[in-house]
Structure formats: structure tokens, C-alpha cells
Ligand binder design. Structure first.
Ligand code: GLN
Length: 453
């Protein structure tokens, strides 16, 4: 079948079914069909990249030239970027077809997709439950077969946790592997783009196109590109797996723990050696993150002032009124909470007590992993504390919501690649196994995941 037929198939499904899930904010039907037609012509030449003609969805955090990019916020409801993010450009150049822009927590702040200006996303496995966040739209779209794959971003778990809750594969690459240019910033030292797919093989194909060196992002690493599909079938004989004892403590649902332990044992059958390790500063990762991420967000979001772009209040009396009301009306509650926390942590007199301290703790957390990777190749544990929870279960308690990312946040603080793959069900809902690798060891993670799947 042709790319036009495949694209029509997905567009039809979106039109028919997405009212149940609310995974898309914008469907770019005309662009998709035009791109599919061009891809069919390129495929006919016999010389086209692997993704040519394949439809995908982009998280609405990636700028798309001429297409509204909302970041899940009223603040950017009217924002039409004049350029493409590097990630979007990479997929366009590879001939991939853009189906549309998918839903997310406002400015990627959240773990349940309940904070989007466009309404919550429903988990296709159980529509009373959240899909996870912040990339809940990416995960729900792939889980409901409304896209074969989607782009996403992960600042503290936003690729891995929704992948876990929706029974999918999600990969957060090493910080610097994927360009952040044109990806709306939340916490710049932690943000990283990556794919959400059904399988590790699909994730490898997606990452092959997504990863690039980009001189427009000064934190992008000039490291040779790899073909992540080339090592998928390597043997796992002798692979050293470390299981941190801190990832199986209080707060982890016992049935989830059981599924994750069983999955790790499967790796032993594939020839891996499993041993217990310790990441002693694990319990400090949530507090350190919730100082550093809000601090960076308070600086990044200062650009939304009602002047240059985005939402502007009606009839401002003067400049201060313009700032105050544009930001007061344009941002949602969680975003405001983060800006307040971050501004406080950075203010004179508190900076040393909070921000500097959090950065020192971050260094200790990274060192835990550096030490661990002297002895093991891959670290494994749960991705989330439980399967998908119901709407409203955590939305009125920010700290309960923040603890949702207790197993994923340390990876971002350290800059390491992390992945979540499905490893079974609890009460009919998916559970994710998390794999954490050394810097630039995405190929190893994908290899291990592919052998398991
Ligand atoms: N849930 C975390 C937060 O709310 C992580 C979000 C993310 O990775 N973008 O900050």
C-alpha cells in the first residue's frame, strides 16, 4: 500500500476515535496528505530513507512552521511559529508524514496530562485513568493506533512514565543527543526529546532520524551518529544488569514490583548477570529536581510577557498591567506554582540555601550512576510506582503528583539515557520496566529491550 493510503487510514481513525481520547490538539490533514504524496514519489525512485512515507505525530512542544504550537497552554493558543524545530526538520527531510500535533501537560509540567489547556487525555487501556504525562497525547495516540509513533520530551520522566502507563516503549536519549532547538524550553539543563513507539525496533528507527548534531543548540553533542538498528540483535550473553535496592522500597505497588522483578529474571535467561546495586542519593532526586526544574522554568517562561508573542490581555492600562494580566490569565495553576517556587529559590538570600544546594545534590546523584556504571552495563527497575491511576487521584496534591516521577528524575539530573518498555499487566493495566544506560549507550538499551520483546 502507498503512503497516501496509510496516511488516510490514520486520519480516518483520528476523525472517528480521537473524541474518546483527546490525544490530538491539531490534525494537519492537508499537510499530511501532501507529504504522503511526495513520499510516494520518493519511494518510487527506490532510494528513500527508512521513515519515508511513515506517518508520525509531534508533541505540541516542537515548533512547526506555519502550524499552531500551543505547548498545551492558553498562553500559546494563538502562536504560529515561523520556523520548524530541528527535530521536526529532521523528520521532514527523512520523508516522514506529519499527522498533527499531540496533547500534553501545560509547558510539559505534570505527570497525568490533566494540566493541558485543551483538556485531559484519556488512557486508551482504561478511559477512567490518566495516560501519564507530560507526553500523554503522544502515548495515547500511539496506544490507540492513531499514529504508529510519536515524538515526545522528557524533563523528569515525561517520555518514560506515559509509555509505562500506556503499555509502550519510550526512550529518553542522553542529554545532548537530540537537538533542543525549536523545542519550547521548560528546564533547559534537563529537557530532552525522544520517541514513543510500540517496540524497541521502532524506537531505534525513530532515533536514527531524531538524533543529530545541531550548532543551533549549544548543548547538543558533536558525536558521530549511529545506526541504532544495527545492534538490536546482539547477544545479551554476559550483560551486567544492576538493580538498585532503593528502587524497590516504600511507595512501590507490590504487584508492580513483582512484574518488574519477573522481567529482570527473564534477562537472566537471555544470558545476562543480575546483581543488586545501590544508588544512595536516590531519595534526594525529587527534592533536588523540584528546586532546579522550577528555577529554570521561572527564567525560561519570563519570555511570555504579552508583548512579543502569545496571549495578551484585553485593554491593558499600562505596561505593568499588561505583564500581570497577560501572565495571570495566560498561565494555568501548575505553571504559576512552578514560576513562584523557582523565583523564590533563585532570589537573593535564598539562592545558596536552595538552588546551590540542589546543584550540589545533583552532582552527588550523577556520581552514584558514574560509580554504578563501573560495575554494570544497564540499570533496571520500575518506571512508575504503579499502573495508571484515575483522574483526580493526585491532581489536588502536587507532592503526590511530583512523587510519580521518583524513579525517572535521577536519570535527567545525571543526563543519562533511560527507557521504559512494557513488562506485563496489573489489573488489566500495563506496567513498565525501566532501563538506564551509561552516557550515549542508547544502542545498548535498545538492544536489551529488543531481545526482551
Ligand atoms: N512530571 C515531571 C514534572 O512535572 C516531569 C515532567 C517532564 O518530564 N516534562 O516536572
Amino acid at each position: 500500500f502507498s503512503s497516501v493510503e496509510l496516511t488516510r487510514h490514520y486520519l480516518d481513525r483520528i476523525a472517528r476515535l480521537d473524541s474518546r481520547y483527546n490525544s490530538y490538539i491539531t490534525v494537519t490533514e492537508d499537510i499530511a496528505l501532501a507529504q504522503a504524496k511526495a513520499a510516494d514519489e520518493r519511494l518510487a525512485t527506490g532510494d528513500a530513507p527508512a521513515l519515508c512515507g511513515v506517518p508520525i505525530a509531534h508533541k505540541d512542544i516542537f515548533c512547526t512552521n506555519g502550524i499552531r504550537t500551543s505547548c498545551g497552554s492558553k498562553m500559546l493558543d494563538n502562536f504560529i511559529p515561523p520556523y520548524d524545530a530541528t527535530v521536526v526538520e529532521n523528520y521532514r527531510n527523512a520523508g516522514a508524514v506529519m499527522l498533527g500535533k499531540v496533547n500534553m501537560d501545560e509547558f510539559a509540567m505534570g505527570s497525568s496530562n490533566e494540566s493541558s489547556f485543551y483538556g485531559p487525555v484519556k488512557n486508551p487501556w482504561n478511559t477512567n485513568c490518566v495516560p501519564g504525562g507530560s507526553s500523554g497525547g503522544s502515548a495515547a495516540a500511539v496506544a490507540a493506533h492513531l499514529a504508529p509513533a510519536a515524538t515526545a520530551t522528557d524533563t523528569g520522566g515525561s517520555i518514560r512514565q506515559p509509555a509505562s502507563l500506556c503499555g509502550l516503549t519510550g526512550l529518553k536519549p542522553t542529554y545532548g543527543r537530540v537537538s533542543r532547538w525549536g523545542m519550547i524550553a521548560f528546564a533547559s539543563s534537563l529537557d530532552q526529546g525522544g520517541p514513543i513507539t510500540r517496540t524497541a525496533e521502532d524506537a531505534a528507527i525513530m532515533l536514527n532520524t531524531m538524533a543529530s548534531f545541531d550548532d543551533k543548540d549549544s548543548t547538543c553533542v558533536d558525536q558521530p551518529l549511529e545506526d541504532y538498528t544495527a545492534t538490536l540483535n546482539d547477544s545479551l550473553q554476559g550483560l551486567r544488569i544492576g538493580v538498585p535496592k532503593e528502587y524497590f522500597g516504600e511507595g512501590l505497588d507490590p504487584q508492580t514490583a513483582e512484574r518488574v522483578q519477573a522481567a529482570i529474571q527473564e534477562f537472566e535467561k537471555l544470558g545476562a548477570e543480575v546483581k543488586e546495586i545501590s544508588l544512595p542519593h536516590t531519595d534526594l532526586s525529587v527534592p533536588a529536581y523540584y528546586v532546579i526544574a522550577p528555577a529554570e522554568c521561572s527564567a525560561n517562561l519570563s519570555r511570555f510577557d504579552g508583548v512579543r508573542y502569545g496571549y495578551r490581555c484585553e485593554d491593558p492600562k499600562d505596561l505593568n498591567d499588561l505583564y500581570k494580566r497577560s501572565r495571570g490569565e495566560g498561565f494555568g495553576e501548575e505553571v504559576k506554582r512552578r514560576i513562584l517556587v523557582g523565583s523564590y529559590a533563585l532570589s537573593a538570600g535564598y539562592y545558596d540555601a536552595y538552588y546551590r544546594k540542589a546543584q550540589q545534590v545533583r552532582r552527588l546523584i550523577k556520581q552514584d550512576f558514574v560509580d554504578a556504571f563501573n560495575d554494570v552495563d544497564v540499570v533496571m527497575g520500575p518506571t512508575a510506582t504503579s499502573p495508571a491511576f484515575e483522574f483526580g487521584a493526585k491532581s489536588s496534591d502536587p507532592v503526590a503528583m511530583y512523587l510519580e516521577d521518583i524513579y525517572t528524575i535521577a536519570t535527567n539530573l545525571a543526563g543519562l539515557p533511560g527507557m521504559s518498555i512494557p513488562c506485563g499487566l496489573v489489573d488489566g493495566k500495563p506496567v513498565g520496566l525501566q532501563l538506564i544506560g551509561n552516557f550515549f549507550a542508547e544502542g545498548k538499551l535498545l538492544n536489551a529491550a529488543h531481545q526482551f520483546q
